[in-house]
Design a protein around this ligand. Structure first.
Ligand SMILES: [Zn+2]
Length: 471
């Protein structure tokens, strides 16, 4: 008899999901910090409120979540994944080759995304990113294309799944790469979408609105947010888009929201540690919005924070030393500093800018050269900067601020050199400009959190989410 009851209760337990309370997660937030490994989080925690000589760490909200585990990242064809393959695994439960979006490695099978499954089951769905909404990670949650680079095709596919809310960055190419294709905005409108890309339109969005594409009015030409460190006045943040998502999607049946901090990865590709830290802090602010919602619905809300892979093989500590307090003196992203150098060069065509003038700018933007704050430059470091200055101002080398970052061994631009020197002095090192194969952190809070408590494969993530949502 006892045995019989146990079987019955086990069956009941499984049928209703996996949370301790026996209730399913109705509201699920999946935060993906693109490129955010353990060290990216940890460096941020060392940076917050860092003071000279003080050894302490200020934990971010996610670090105090009750479940803390790890997840694999490898793709079908390599130990070192790309964002499209990682996103496909996390969205569909299948591994694919790097570069492919929502399809099998031979591209013959289309894998269905968890967003589409949840939408069909009656949940509202939101997909958010601080980079273009047709970029690899957000696209993995709706699109199926042979290549992640088919941005225009992805943008045309975007409105075909009735997903309730897209928020954040814009489309790469509204009319295709050559500007001669049908407008993807108009295509979305044809499918019944409203596009809000001004502050007024954004502010008017409200609970119950359906089929919304909300785009940050302050963004780079290709559609990604400006760098957080560069502090654009009045720009909407990832937290604003998350808060708006909660407002729009909140309903009795529940919702699923994927929120990507996309530029953590971009800063890591450029080995720009301070810019990365500001992106992690903005990502953390978005998590706080979900946490405030969780506090109102603690039994029915689940927050998962993870990453698709680590970027930069970043490490904390060089020769047993870390001086995170030195990082506060960098006040500009390397990308904007490159632009600044280009402007100086352009405006002084016939009037050569001296290395000393540039050293002044480096000091005000990176602190470098100021020994009073512990950032004096030795002869080697000056020589590195001089070489970069020579390349950029005398050698006639063009520095494209939007181009891919250079590898540290062949540092060419002044901004990259300055960041490299500052990172090194602060104890932040980089193994590469690319992704690494390490597992990523998983931090979870809320209904069904136990499901995530042991090391798991990235393909298990959507299965676990579906399970805790009672599907
Ligand atoms: Zn990625």
């Amino acid at each position: 008899m006892i045995k019989y009851i146990m079987v019955i209760s086990m069956a009941f337990y499984c049928a209703v999901g996996y949370s301790q309370t026996g209730t399913n997660a109705k509201y699920v937030f999946l935060f993906i910090g693109d490129g955010m490994g353990v060290n990216q989080i940890y460096a941020t925690e060392m940076y917050v409120d860092a003071k000279p000589g003080e050894i302490k760490v200020d934990r971010l909200l996610m670090t105090d979540f009750p479940v803390s585990s790890n997840m694999t990242t490898y793709s079908a064809n390599t130990f070192v994944t790309g964002s499209a393959a990682a996103g496909t695994a996390m969205s569909t439960g299948f591994k694919t080759d790097n570069g492919i979006l929502g399809k099998s490695p031979d591209k013959s099978i289309v894998y269905e995304s968890i967003s589409v499954k949840l939408k069909r089951a009656g949940f509202k769905v939101g997909i958010l990113s601080s980079v273009m909404i047709d970029h690899a990670t957000p696209a993995s949650f709706y699109a199926h294309q042979d290549s992640r680079n088919m941005y225009y095709d992805i943008s045309m596919e975007l409105p075909t799944y009735d997903i309730d809310y897209f928020g954040g960055g814009g489309f790469h190419y509204r009319k295709g790469k050559n500007g001669d294709q049908p407008d993807s905005y108009e295509n979305a409108i044809k499918y019944g979408y409203t596009i809000a890309d001004s502050h007024d339109e954004f502010n008017k969005l409200k609970n119950g609105d359906e089929k919304v594409i909300a785009i940050n009015p302050e963004r780079y030409p290709l559609g990604e947010f400006y760098w957080v460190i560069d502090k654009r006045e009045g720009a909407l943040s990832l937290a604003d888009f998350t808060q708006k998502g909660i407002e729009i999607l909140d309903n009795d049946k529940g919702f699923f929201m994927m929120i990507e901090g996309g530029k953590i990865d971009w800063a890591c590709h450029g080995n720009d540690g301070v810019t990365m830290i500001h992106e992690v802090l903005a990502f953390n602010d978005a998590i706080k919005e979900a946490y405030a919602f969780y506090l109102e619905h603690p039994d029915e809300t689940l927050i998962i924070v993870t990453a698709d892979h680590e970027t930069g093989s970043m490490y904390t500590g060089i020769n047993y030393a870390m001086h995170p307090e030195l990082l506060q003196y960098q006040v500009i992203s390397v990308q904007e500093f490159k632009r600044k150098m280009n402007d100086i060069k352009e405006n002084n065509e016939n009037n050569m800018v001296s290395f000393l003038q540039i050293l002044d700018t480096i000091q005000s933007d990176f602190g470098l050269g100021n020994s009073a704050i512990g950032l004096g430059l030795d002869d080697n470091e000056k020589a590195l900067l001089k070489r970069a200055y020579g390349n950029q101002f005398e050698g006639g080398n063009e520095v494209n601020p939007d181009a891919d970052y250079l590898v540290s061994e062949e540092i060419k631009s002044i901004g990259e050199t300055a960041a490299y020197i500052l990172n090194k002095k602060a104890g932040i090192g980089w193994g590469s400009n690319d992704h690494s194969g390490m597992p990523v952190p998983v931090r979870v809070l809320g209904a069904g959190q136990e499901e995530f408590s042991r090391f798991f494969d990235n393909t298990d993530l959507p299965k676990k989410i579906q399970k805790v949502m009672g599907m």
